[in-house]
Structure formats: structure tokens, C-alpha cells
Ligand binder design. Structure first.
Ligand code: SIN
Length: 302
């Protein structure tokens, strides 16, 4: 068996490398670079019940060490996804994760219910998008709110439920515990960190929405710290993301407690990033005589 084979929430992954929601769209654009079957999984672009055009442009600002996005969940809506994207995605030999966002608890529940009847393997509850007025962070900041939305959605969700946490909070481990108490099967973290960019020449904000979410290399130490804190707090699997660009970064997240990792902003700079992380992890196992990558999860020496 491959040294990278892993499993969590009853789902088998050929490797622990998943492309992160919002950085990989529905995979189509990446097929000319590598077969999607190389990936452990894909967390698909965040879906809402109705189609969304997203926020006004400019909605991406390049900054030192990363990008700030205020995309605003542009997506074809649940119907459009089921009709135009899922049939071909379902032919791919990789784990499909649907990332869902709603304006109301009822919308989250409806999407979870409908996606539970499809080829999607895991549903990732996005209660951490900083770029929408309704939904997003409104549900994801307070532990009580997290527990109650997870509890409500769980009743309608027949697939494993992964909850994506925001880092824009005082104590991430309290929120991880709340997700676990609500019935989450796993958690993913971190989503982006609220940030802004200013153009000194024009004296204006770079983004039309003024603020957005920072991702990329700059956030990695923060994400690592948060994965480490959550690993000490909860028993459910943790999927780590935030500035992972190579296999060494992935190993660091796994040592901090991540069962699997997601590759996000790196995909936008190097479309082969996820495959390079997979190849690098394979070499890492071989060089260190590791039979299975699971051996290193939580293996940080203090
Ligand atoms: C966006 O589409 O605004 C980004 C998604 C997210 O932050 O969850």
C-alpha cells in the first residue's frame, strides 16, 4: 500500500493532499497540467443555493507574502453545479468535497441534504468566508453559533461534515470544540485572515470592497499555531491549510496535528503545486523510512 494512503471520516484518500476551495475552481483549468486523479481530493469552489456573481472588482490584491481576495463566493449555484459540473467531476478518481455557504441556516441545511444524494464524498461547511454580508462569518465566530449551525446541518447531512473555521477569532480551540460538540466529523482550518491593501499613490483601498481575506505564505505560521491548538483540544480529524507551498510545509502541518492538508494560494502561482507536494511527501517517507504518512500526525516533539 502507498505510504501516502490515508483515511478519515470513513473516506479513503490515495494521499493526504487536497486542493483548497476557491483556489481550484471545479478542477477544469488544471486538467491540462496533470490528471486530477493524482490528488487526494478537491474541495470545490464554495457553493451557494442560488448563483452568485461575486463582489465588484478589483477583488484580488497581491501583497507581500500572499494575496487578499474579496471574491464574494462567485459560483454557479447548487443547480448549476449539479447539472454542469458534477457529472464530469464524478468521473475523476479523487475525493470530491463540496464547500457550502448559505445566507441562512435553512439554506445550509437544504444544500447539505441535496448534496448528500450525490457523488460528493464530504461536505465542507463554510462558516468562515469574510467577504459576504450574510452568512459566512455571521455563523462562524461565536462558539454557540457554530455549535448550533453544525447541529442543525448535521441532521440533514448524510455525508461526513467538515467544518471550515475562521482564524478571525480570539480562541480558535473554543470554536473547534464547538464544531465538535455540534457533531462535526472533521474541521478544516484556516480560512483567510481579514486584511486590507491601500494604494499610496491614489490614496484608495486596492479592493472595491475595501477589505478581504489574506492567504498565502504570510499566514502559514498563524495557521500552524492554530492547527496545533486545535489538535490539543479536539478528537476529530483536522485538515490544515494556510500557506502550504511544498512538502516541507505539509509535513510541518501534519506534525502540528493535521491528518491531511489543503493547498490553496500556491495553486494560483504554480498549477503543479499540489502534485509537487504529493511527490515531495512520497520522497519524505522514503528518505525517513516512514511506512505511512499517518505516523507523523501530531508527532511534534516539545
Ligand atoms: C470568496 O469567494 O469570497 C472566498 C471564499 C471564502 O473565503 O470562503
Amino acid at each position: 500500500m502507498s505510504a501516502l494512503f490515508t483515511e478519515f471520516n470513513g473516506v479513503a484518500f490515495k494521499n493526504p493532499v487536497i486542493c483548497a476551495s476557491g483556489t481550484f475552481n471545479f478542477g477544469e483549468e488544471f486538467k491540462r497540467f496533470f490528471p486530477l486523479s493524482r490528488l487526494g481530493g478537491i474541495s470545490l469552489k464554495g457553493l451557494t443555493l442560488e448563483k452568485r456573481e461575486g463582489n465588484d472588482s478589483p477583488r484580488i490584491a497581491e501583497v507581500y507574502g500572499g494575496i487578499i481576495n474579496s471574491v464574494g463566493l462567485q459560483n454557479p449555484g447548487l443547480e448549476g453545479f449539479l447539472k454542469d459540473y458534477l457529472p464530469s467531476l464524478a468521473q475523476e478518481d479523487t475525493v470530491l468535497i463540496a464547500n457550502i455557504a448559505g445566507n441562512t441556516v435553512e439554506e445550509y441545511c437544504e444544500m447539505a441534504q441535496r448534496l448528500s444524494q450525490t457523488d460528493i464524498s464530504i461536505i465542507e461547511l463554510n462558516i468562515s468566508c469574510p467577504n459576504v454580508k450574510k452568512g459566512g462569518l455571521a455563523f462562524g465566530v461565536e462558539p454557540k453559533g457554530i455549535e448550533s449551525i453544525v447541529f442543525a446541518v448535521k441532521k440533514h447531512c448524510k455525508k461526513p461534515l467538515m467544518v471550515k473555521l475562521t482564524p478571525n477569532v480570539a480562541a480558535i480551540s473554543d470554536n473547534a470544540l464547538a464544531a465538535e460538540a455540534g457533531g462535526a466529523d472533521s474541521i478544516s482550518l484556516i480560512n483567510t485572515i481579514r486584511a486590507m491593501a491601500i494604494d499610496a499613490k491614489t490614496r484608495r483601498p486596492v479592493l472595491a470592497c475595501i477589505t478581504g481575506g489574506l492567504s498565502g505564505r504570510a499566514v502559514k505560521p498563524i495557521a500552524l499555531r492554530m492547527v496545533y491548538e486545535c489538535y490539543k483540544a479536539v478528537k476529530i480529524p483536522i485538515i490544515g491549510l494556510g500557506g502550504i507551498f511544498n512538502a516541507e510545509d505539509a509535513v510541518e502541518f501534519m506534525l502540528a496535528g493535521a491528518t491531511a492538508v489543503q493547498i490553496g494560494t500556491a495553486n494560483m502561482i504554480n498549477p503543479m503545486a499540489a502534485v509537487e507536494v504529493i511527490d515531495g511527501l512520497e520522497r519524505f517517507c522514503y528518505d525517513n523510512n516512514i511506512k505511512n504518512i499517518k505516523e507523523i500526525v501530531g508527532g511534534l516533539i516539545i
